[in-house]
Design a protein around this ligand. Structure first.
Ligand code: ADP
Ligand code: MG
Length: 696
């Protein structure tokens, strides 16, 4: 019985055929004409002169004026590529990919040839690549092997206003490169007007403004706060569709899940409106959306129909979607926050800033007067929204960045030239973790282990687990696990109507209570044994696309291992060895069961719970290691594996002492208690009101 997701494939076909038709129409000539219509075109020569005259230039222009697609082409036409490649950095992978595709079409070359892109685990460039669109994080990685970026003649740090962690770090590094490479050109481009701040930071670099077309935007706020902004967004979109003149709609939501919900709701409700209603084409856009479907948002809307683009923040400035006349702004986005005390990071739905709200509204006034419907009150806007978004560097875990900087020989982190410095506590926490992982020595200097870790494009804990797997002779297994963990929560497919089947299929991989990490390894290996069969995936409720991604990532990790001279060895029969290897990287993430069925992290004493999706959720082992914490209604641990507490002391003696892993109550008693508790706890987890009182 095939359980292929029919809907998904059907949609993909439609998108593909639309894209094909669109491509055929957009011949090179037409594209060249389109280029000339962009606001930036009138400033081409002036801009090139400014770039010629100044080493560092800040460029500001409305979204859609043509900065990202045109400036690298202008530079190429002006001969800059004779001296080296041109890099254009993007905060988001989707943007890098989609813009490179667009530019390659404009230049009439194959993507990956003269124009390419490079994002983590996906390098679509070649020897002949001249214009390289890449995530800011990738350029940061390239700096590790080419600290002066000598193969580049120009670096354009695009979407600078986004202030991602990587962009902020790049600022400090490229600023330095500009000082000792007189031939090197640095462009900082931004959609918003805090250009003065960039100019100040880059030693008073001149600001080049591209005046954009801008039409008035009528802003509407709700009269009362909306309890359910998803429902409100759907209702508003349908109202616009039914009552307002032609023009596309752009809805801002916080993430994939919400987008899928709204897509469903829209489809459902539009079908209830009868056949007299004009066609409404729903286009979702978020980071993980498959490339074929992304292209759908750029296909012109057929006459008589209306398009509704349901997007995350990505549509704020990174991607320009033409013909938007109505914007629906829920007022929220997903934002990372970091607690340096506990070292935990969480992705929370947070109110946006006023600057974001203005950007969002502006999306509707690009091709004519627009309307923006804010699903929050005018009072909330004024009182509750911050003026600007806090830069990521001030609300994130810095371990990876510190490791990269150390690799670049930058030891004095406190005096690094940050545009906005991170909290000192967060810096110290990062150094502490890297020391615990053995990446830094007592003097804070990079070790050999640290250097190997930095070669791997993963977070430090994952990298350490892989580096340590050499010792446990299970590097082959460990990179499969790391790749599967990286792909994350999209591996198992759990359709609504087939939950029981899906859960059954999944439980096979958990046989023997091996833990979530090993279960992921089993999934990967079973798939591999079927010669990477898609049919196998359908039968086992595993997402083919995620598995293919895992395979790609695995292949790349294998390639990296060669560079750091770790031999590929599999030790699949010795599960303890694999677990120990995981613990070598993740030992700070250990937790101990408490009497009430919750857990307490060993080091920070946080109260946490096993995520219901874990294969360990019903078992409640006494000691566990987890991959990550996610905060929803509670702090949940995702991907959990049981461990023996003495392993912690064996593997990380500098981090754990015997007293950390000894129980305060005598071990024997606790063991008995645990045994008698188990069956009852399984019951308890279904009766939420009831909980145990801790009698310890
Ligand atoms: P900016 O960087 O100033 O915001 P861009 O260079 O990204 O502007 O976009 C300029 C124009 O190019 C947009 O208005 C849009 O029409 C077009 N464009 C950009 N990316 C794509 C794409 N992937 N597919 C089709 N058109 C695109
Ligand atoms: Mg742009």
């Amino acid at each position: 019985e095939s359980v292929m997701d029919g809907d998904q494939f059907h949609e993909q076909d439609i998108a593909n055929s639309l894209v094909e038709k669109y491509k055929a129409k957009c011949n090179l000539e037409a594209l060249q004409e389109e280029r000339k219509k962009l606001p930036i075109y009138n400033y081409r020569d002036e801009l090139l002169k400014a770039i010629h005259d100044h080493q560092v230039l800040v460029i500001v222009g409305e979204t859609g004026s043509g900065k990202t697609t045109q400036i690298p082409q202008y530079l190429h036409e002006a001969g800059y590529t004779k001296r080296g490649k041109i890099a254009c950095t993007q905060p988001r992978r989707v943007a890098a990919l989609s813009i490179a595709a667009r530019v390659s079409r404009e230049m009439g070359v194959k993507l990956g040839h003269e124009v390419g892109y490079s994002i983590r685990f996906e390098d679509c460039t070649s020897e002949r690549t001249l214009l390289k669109y890449m995530t800011d994080g990738m350029l940061l990685r390239e700096l590790l092997s080419e600290p002066d970026l000598s193969s580049y003649s120009v670096v354009m740090v695009d979407e600078a206003h986004e202030r991602t962690l990587s962009t902020d770090i790049l600022f400090g590094l490229v600023k330095d490169i500009a000082r000792f490479r007189p031939n090197f050109k640095l462009l900082i481009s931004s959609a918003t007007l805090d250009a003065e701040k960039f100019s100040d930071y880059f030693d008073s670099a001149p600001i080049f403004k591209i005046p954009g077309r801008r039409y008035p935007v009528e802003i509407h706020h709700t009269k009362a706060p909306e309890a359910d902004y998803l429902d409100a967004a759907v209702v508003t979109a349908l109202q616009i569709h039914v009552t307002q003149p032609p023009g596309n709609i752009l809805v801002f939501l916080t993430g994939q899940e919400e987008i899928e919900t709204v897509e469903e709701m829209l489809k459902h409700r539009i079908s209830g409106l009868g056949t007299k209603i004009a066609e409404l084409i729903i286009c979702p856009i978020y980071a993980n959306l498959p490339t074929e479907l992304q292209a759908k948002i750029f296909v012109p809307t057929p006459k008589g129909a209306r398009k509704v683009v349901v997007a995350t923040n990505i549509a704020e400035t990174s991607l320009t979607i033409d013909g938007i006349k109505y914007v629906i702004d829920t007022g929220f986005c997903k934002m990372k926050s970091y607690n340096p005390r506990t070292g935990t990071e969480s992705l929370l739905i947070t109110p946006i800033s006023k600057a974001s709200a203005k950007q969002r509204a502006g999306r509707s006034g690009r091709t004519g007067p627009g309307k923006c419907f804010r699903l929050y009150t005018a009072d909330s806007y004024h009182r509750e929204l911050d003026n600007n978004t806090v830069p990521e560097i001030q609300r994130t875990n810095l371990a990876n960045v510190v490791l990269s900087l150390k690799c670049l020989g930058i030891n004095d982190l406190l005096h690094f030239d940050f545009m906005d410095p991170p909290p000192v506590g967060a810096l110290l926490k990062a150094v502490e973790l890297l020391y615990a992982l053995g990446a830094l020595n007592k003097l804070g200097q990079l070790t050999k282990v640290g250097r190997s870790m930095a070669e791997l494009p993963l977070d430090p804990m994952s990298s350490k687990a892989i580096v340590a797997s050499d010792k446990y002779k299970c590097s082959d297994d460990m990179i499969s696990i790391a790749a599967m963990l990286f792909v994350g929560n999209s591996i198992f497919h759990r359709p609504k109507e087939k939950k029981v089947h899906a859960d059954n299929a999944r439980s096979n991989f958990h046989a023997g209570n091996v833990g979530d990490h090993i279960a992921l390894l089993k999934v990967y290996n079973s798939w591999k044994e079927t010669d990477y069969s898609s049919q196998w995936c359908y039968e086992n409720y595993v997402q083919v696309r995620s598995m293919k991604r895992a395979r790609d990532i695995r292949d790349q990790l294998a390639g990296r291992l060669e560079r750091i001279e770790i031999e590929l060895t599999s030790n699949a029969n010795d599960l303890d060895a694999i677990k120990k290897s995981i613990i070598s990287g993740y030992f700070p993430h250990s937790a101990q069961l408490r009497i009430n069925g919750s857990y307490r992290t060993v080091k920070n004493r946080l109260t946490v719970h096993i995520h219901p999706s874990s294969g360990m959720a019903q078992l409640l082992p006494r000691w566990i290691i987890y991959h990550e914490l996610v905060l929803t209604t509670k702090e949940y641990m995702r991907q959990v594996t049981e461990l023996k507490p003495e392993w912690l002391v064996e593997i990380a003696p500098h981090y754990y002492q015997l007293k950390d892993v000894e129980d305060s109550v005598c071990k024997r008693c606790l063991k008995d208690m645990h045994r008698s508790l188990r069956p009852r706890l399984i019951l308890v987890s279904t009766v939420s009101k009831f909980s145990f009182v801790c009698t310890q």
